[in-house]
Design a protein around this ligand. Structure first.
Ligand SMILES: *Cc1c(COP(=O)(O)O)cnc(C)c1O
Length: 458
C-alpha cells in the first residue's frame, strides 16, 4: 500500500515574513559575500538551510513557559522542571545545565580524560573532538567503514565497529581508554543512525573492560525514530520508550539542546555517576554559572524542559524526519547524486558527481552552494575541501573523499512547499550544471577557514 500523506501535527499561529529577492539582487549579494554562504546576511536569505542548530520554532507551550521564568540566582523552579524532564525522558538522575553543548563537552572532557588516553568515537563532531583533544585525549574513530562511503545504502551507518574497539584494547590496554563517546544520528556521516542491537553489543563489550559509555545525545530522538522504523522488534514501541532503552546503556550524556530539544539556546550534561556529578557541579560554577542555572536564564531552562517533552511525541518526530526524506526523495527521483540513506536532519548533495567538470581544487561544493543561493535564495553550506582545511605539515589542501553541499532542515520552521522550492532549484541547476563555474580562493583564514574564506568565480 502506498504510504498516506502525513501533514505536520501542528498549525501555524505566528508567522515571520521572509524577503523575496530577484536573481540579480542575489547574484550581487553572493559576489559581495565572496561566494561564501556564511558571509551572507540572514535577511537576504529566502529559505535558510545553513544549519538545524538553534533554528527551531518553539511551540506556544514553550513560549508560555518562557513567561514563567524564575530568574533567581539559585534554585530556580525551572531548574527543577528541567531536572524532572531529564530524569523522566532521558533517565539520568543528575543534571548540570550549560549554555550550549560544547560547554558540557568541555566539563566532561576535562574531568574524565587523563592526558594521553584514547577517546573512541563513532566518527566525530568538531567541538566534541576539539574538547577531548584539549584535555589531552586522542581521538580514535570506531565507526563502521560503511559510514565513509556516501553511496552505501546500509541503514545503520552510525554503528560502532567493535572489532576496531577490540584492536585498540589489544594494542593499548583498556586503561588507555577514557570512555566511549557514542553519538546517535552521526552528524558528520550525514545524520546516520546506529541500531539498538549494535549499541547493546557495544555496551556488553564495554562492560567486560569496565569502560563507560558517555553519549553525545544531541540527535538521540532522531536516531530513535530510525530504530522504530527500521529495526525488527521496535515498530510498535513509542520513541519515548526507545530513548529510555538507548540511554540505559550509558553512564551519562552531553547534549546541545539547540537540536532535538526544540529550543534556540542551551545544553546540559546528565549522568547517573554521583562522583562525576559532584565534580561537574564544582567545575560548572567556574566556567558557566551556578549549578542550578549553568549560564542559562530560568526561562531558557523552562523552554528546554518543555521541548524535551515535545520531542518524544511520535507524530512530531515522524513529521520532522519525513520532511527531510521528502526533500531528499524529490532530489533523488530527479537523478541528482546525493548521500544515501537520507539522514535525520539534512540532505547532502554530492557535488563531485553533480559538477564533474570542476576539479576539487576549484571547490565544487562551494560553487554549488553559491549557485543554489543565486538561483533561488536557498542557503546551504559547503562540506568538502574548504571545510577540510590544510595539512599543517605539508601546507597542502586536505582532499576529503566527500565533497558535499549540506541542506539542513530546521525543526517545525518550513513547510513542504518550501521543500518543493528547494528541490526545484536543485533540479534547475542540475539541468544546466555545465554552466556552473569553479572558484578561486582570494582570502584564506588560518583555521576553520570555511567560515570566513572568500572566493571569486573563474
Ligand atoms: C551542535 C552539536 C554539538 C555542539 O553543541 P553546541 O550547542 O553547538 O555547542 C555537539 N555535538 C553534536 C553532534 C552537535 O550536533
Amino acid at each position: 500500500m502506498k504510504t498516506r500523506t502525513m501533514a505536520e501535527p501542528y498549525k501555524i499561529k505566528m508567522v515571520e515574513p521572509i524577503k523575496m529577492t530577484t536573481r540579480e539582487y542575489r547574484a550581487a549579494k553572493m559576489r559581495e559575500a565572496g561566494y561564501n554562504t556564511f558571509l551572507l546576511k540572514s535577511e537576504d536569505v529566502y529559505i535558510d538551510l545553513l544549519t538545524d542548530s538553534g533554528t527551531n520554532a518553539m511551540s506556544d507551550w514553550q513560549w508560555s513557559g518562557m513567561l514563567l521564568g524564575d530568574e533567581a540566582y539559585a534554585g530556580a523552579r525551572n531548574f527543577y522542571n528541567l531536572e524532572k524532564a531529564v530524569q523522566e525522558i532521558y533517565g539520568f538522575k543528575f543534571l548540570v545545565p550549560t549554555h550550549q553543548g560544547r560547554a558540557a563537552e568541555h566539563i566532561t572532557s576535562q574531568l574524565r580524560i587523563k592526558r594521553g588516553q584514547y577517546v573512541p568515537m563513532n566518527m566525530y563532531f568538531t567541538t566534541t573532538r576539539e574538547h577531548a583533544e584539549r584535555a589531552g585525549g586522542i581521538f580514535y574513530d570506531c565507526i563502521i567503514d560503511e559510514a565513509h562511503d556516501a553511496a552505501n545504502p546500509f541503514p545503520f551507518k552510525g554503528n560502532v565497529d567493535i572489532a576496531k574497539l577490540q584492536k585498540l584494547v589489544d594494542q593499548k590496554g583498556a586503561d588507555a581508554i577514557a570512555y566511549l563517546s557514542v553519538a546517535p544520528c552521526v552528524n558528520m556521516a550525514g545524520g546516520q543512525p546506529f541500531s539498538m542491537a549494535n549499541l547493546r553489543a557495544v555496551a556488553a563489550w564495554a562492560k567486560k573492560y569496565n569502560l563507560p559509555i558517555i553519549f553525545d545525545a544531541t540527535r538521540a530522538i532522531e536516531n530513535c525514530y530510525f530504530v522504530q522504523q527500521r529495526e525488527p522488534g521496535y515498530a510498535n514501541k513509542p520513541v519515548r520508550e526507545i530513548l529510555r532503552e538507548m540511554m540505559s546503556y550509558g553512564e551519562g550524556m552531553t547534549i546541545s539542546s539547540k537540536k532535538d530539544n526544540l529550543v534556540n539556546i542551551g545544553g546540559f550534561l546528565a549522568t547517573n555517576n554521583e562522583s562525576f556529578f559532584t565534580k561537574a557541579k564544582e567545575m560548572v560554577v567556574v566556567f558557566e554559572g551556578l549549578h542550578t542555572y549553568g549560564g542559562l536564564a530560568g526561562r531558557d531552562m523552562e523552554a528546554i524542559a518543555r521541548g524535551i517533552y515535545e520531542m518524544v511525541d511520535d507524530a512530531y518526530i515522524a513529521s520532522r524526519i519525513r520532511q527531510v526524506e521528502y526533500l531528499g526523495n524529490r532530489i533523488k527521483d530527479a537523478g541528482i547524486p546525493l548521500v544515501v540513506p537520507i539522514g535525520g536532519h539534512a540532505v547532502f548533495l554530492d557535488a563531485k558527481k553533480f559538477l564533474p567538470h570542476i576539479p576539487q581544487e576549484q571547490f565544487p561544493a562551494q560553487a554549488l552552494a553559491s549557485a543554489l543561493y543565486v538561483d533561488s535564495g536557498v542557503r546551504g553550506m559547503e562540506r568538502g575541501i574548504v571545510s577540510a582545511g590544510r595539512d599543517h605539515a605539508t601546507g597542502e589542501h586536505h582532499k576529503p573523499k566527500l565533497e558535499l553541499v549540506r541542506l539542513t532542515i530546521p525543526r517545525r520552521v518550513y513547510t513542504n512547499l518550501h521543500m518543493d522550492v528547494v528541490a526545484e532549484s536543485c533540479i534547475a541547476l542540475y539541468e544546466e550544471r555545465e554552466k556552473i563555474k569553479g572558484l578561486r580562493m582570494t582570502y584564506e583564514p588560518e583555521s576553520l577557514r570555511f567560515f570566513q574564506a572568500r572566493f571569486e568565480e573563474l
